[in-house]
Design a binder for this molecule. Structure first.
Ligand code: CMP
Length: 139
């Protein structure tokens, strides 16, 4: 059975450009409930831990540099089949390939500065949610 939570980050450039509210509105309209939400700035160490799976890849260093460059918004979202539904809503990792009407098509600048992160599996969603939120922080 597919899980009912996913985890998302609204990334630094999208925050800087004022897209928090438009992105949260798309999330709301798509039927997700917000279980937890906060704004923060990652340290280098936190960003490296969060993206540890990408360590060694060609884009890793620049990705970390970008992810610590300004505040982000992290959130746990609830919906039936949340991971897959949210991945449909955000579109392809590369905004040039993202489908019309998706968050990345509308708000992303490039594959690195791609507006939002979304978990890629139920297991990852659970781990990423725990990275930022305790059980007491979730509603
Ligand atoms: P995200 O969903 O946050 O997960 C890993 C991130 O790495 C991804 O979104 C992109 O921002 C970034 N990324 C993935 N592939 C590339 C790439 N080829 N070049 C630059 N950044 C990438």
């Amino acid at each position: 059975m597919n899980g009912n939570i996913t985890f998302t980050i609204i990334k630094p450039r999208a925050v800087e450009k004022g897209y928090i509210a438009p992105i949260l509105n798309m999330i709301h309209k798509a039927g997700f409930k917000i279980s937890a939400l906060k704004m923060l700035q990652l340290t280098q160490h936190e960003a490296e831990r969060f993206y540890a799976v990408h360590q060694g890849k060609i884009f890793y260093e620049k990705l970390i540099e970008f992810m610590i460059s300004g505040p982000i918004v992290v959130s746990i979202l609830k919906k039936e089949n949340a991971v897959e539904e949210y991945r449909k809503l955000i579109g392809n990792t590369d905004p040039e390939k993202a489908e019309e009407g998706t968050i990345r098509k509308l708000y992303a600048e490039s594959v690195r500065e791609n507006a939002v992160h979304g978990s890629d599996s139920d297991e990852t969603a659970a781990m990423e949610a725990c990275f930022f939120f305790s059980e007491a922080d979730r509603f």
